[in-house]
Write a protein that binds this ligand. Structure first.
Ligand code: GLU
Length: 503
């Protein structure tokens, strides 16, 4: 940590930057624009206080949050390196095949593998092929759905399309019981969404303008980062996507579309949205915007309303992973969307967004490596929404800021109960799975407090049932036995010394 006291006249920029970027901020972060520009003008490593002050002043809010460890993942370096390990473990997954039903997609390199993450505080990290563009394919579906919701509201959209998992393959020739497409995450539903965008949103726009409008929206969600368009894949889909034609005409026959919809135009818009290109870096920001209630973490721009995001995430959760959505919800429990180009967008609400990309996909259409990554991530971290923070039997890691607070407050409670001699409360905490040996900032444990206050029953409970270590030292080098002696509780003293002697 940097010192800022009066004795320090100069500061090393290299060390300062190491700490700043270690927090997960990037030099290219829009919230550091002035800082990065001023930094570019400095040539020396050691700078004086005035120069340093001028450097950080325009972006002091975000810089000071970084140094006060106020981001959602306080120990970002450790977290990122664990995710890199998970990424590396997935290299061994060689299952699946590159999608071939769209001829252009068959050209993808099966060895490509990349991931990127962006937290709700804009902490970034990536590894592997994270800047190679891929077509978004079905990963565009949550975004087109979000744009439609923004303009038409949930009722406006859902009079045309359902909210139910289809239980069928993504491009199944099937509608729901009301003759509507099942949901906006499968092909029929997404084609329907395109008909709404085409006909009920800015009807005055030409086809090109409409596509540009959609792309602008998506790019805002990506914090202005990379977005491209792949004309070859578009032509490939348009010439060979007969199933999508069949779906669209089935829906036309069933009067699913708004009246004035032109099927060919609707399909062209649908194919175009599938052919928007992004890469892991930019897609991770889109996912982070969804994790952050619609506000892009790196630009602070409100891209979608929180109601829109809630609806999008709900359907990603239940329908985002093709015919594997139920199993994914069971194992991972998080909203996600995958596409046949091998990409996967994973949203950890209120924490971060992840984008993963590896072209070989399984029979459902999900990338095999990406799936493995999600499963390993959830095996290690307690991101599953139904995983209880305190009472879980298998303790998983929680890298979030508030977990520290949670732990601190639990320790305070434990110490309080021990000091008060409330053995019932200690028992409940023990049964709930809390670590009874935890100490506070000064290294004081429940056993110290119980011994200092002479609560023999609590001391016995902690030692015999909870099997806490008997002689932990606090910051003054005092053990529970010292406490019992110092505060003159001979029974406790006797008990602890016998116990220590007997090992
Ligand atoms: N463009 C593809 C199709 O419509 C998208 C499929 C997908 O990623 O699920 O068939």
């Amino acid at each position: 940590m940097m010192k800022s006291n009066e004795d320090v006249d100069t500061i090393s920029l290299a060390r300062f930057l190491e700490a700043l970027y270690g927090s997960g901020l990037r030099a290219t972060d829009p919230r550091l624009v002035e800082f990065s520009a001023r930094l570019g003008n400095l040539t020396e490593d050691m700078v004086d206080r005035i120069t340093f002050k001028n450097l950080v002043e325009p972006n002091i809010a975000i810089i000071s949050r970084a140094f006060r460890r106020k981001f959602i993942i306080p120990d970002f370096t450790a977290f990122a390196s664990r995710l890199d390990d998970i990424y590396n473990q997935c290299v061994n997954v060689t299952d699946g095949n590159v999608a071939s039903y769209i001829p252009e997609l068959a050209k993808a390199d099966p060895n490509c593998w990349g991931y990127a993450m962006c937290t709700i505080d804009g902490q970034r990290h990536s590894l592997g092929n994270c800047t190679i563009p891929f077509t978004m394919q079905s990963c565009s579906k949550p975004l087109t759905y979000a744009i439609a919701l923004e303009h038409l509201g949930a009722d406006g959209v859902h009079q045309y399309v359902g909210q139910e998992p289809s239980g069928r393959i993504f491009n199944a020739l099937a509608l729901d019981i009301d003759n509507k497409p099942h949901n906006p995450m499968v092909n029929a539903g997404a084609i329907l969404i395109c008909s709404l965008l085409q006909n009920l949103v800015h009807f005055e726009m030409s086809f090109e303008q409409k596509l540009a409008y959609i792309m602008q929206h998506v790019q805002k969600a990506a914090g202005g980062e990379f977005l491209g368009y792949n004309d070859d894949v578009f032509l490939s889909e348009k010439c060979t996507g007969f199933r999508n034609y069949a779906l669209a005409y089935l829906m036309k026959e069933q009067k699913c579309f708004p009246e004035m919809a032109d099927v060919e135009e609707v399909l062209s818009l649908y194919f175009s949205t599938c052919c928007i290109e992004s890469h892991c870096e930019s897609m991770s920001v889109m996912a982070a915007t969804l994790a952050n209630g619609g506000i892009c973490p790196i630009t602070d721009e409100k891209v979608f309303s929180s109601a829109t995001v809630r609806d999008v995430l709900s359907l990603m959760h239940s329908c985002g992973m093709y015919d594997y959505s139920g199993q994914f919800a069971f194992k991972v429990g998080l909203p996600a969307k995958s596409g046949v180009s091998g990409s996967l967008m994973l949203v950890i609400p209120n924490v971060m967004g992840l984008a993963l990309w590896s072209p070989p996909i399984d029979r459902h259409g999900n990338s095999c490596r990406c799936l493995k990554f999600c499963e390993l991530l959830l095996q290690e971290y307690n991101f599953h929404p139904y995983e209880h923070m305190g009472h879980a039997t298998i303790k998983k890691r929680d890298p979030r800021m508030y977990s520290h607070h949670l732990q601190e407050s639990t320790v305070l409670h434990l110490l309080f109960y021990a000091a008060a001699g409330d053995i019932g409360a200690l028992r409940r905490h023990y049964l709930a799975g809390f670590d009874m040996s935890l100490g506070d900032y000064d290294g004081r444990t429940a056993l110290h407090l119980a011994a200092a206050e002479g609560h023999l029953d609590c001391v016995k409970f902690l030692v015999e049932h909870c099997r806490v270590p008997c002689d932990p030292s606090d910051r003054w080098g005092h053990s529970p036995l010292d406490e019992a002696k110092g505060f003159q509780h001979p029974e406790v003293e006797q008990y602890l010394s016998t116990h220590l002697k007997n090992g």
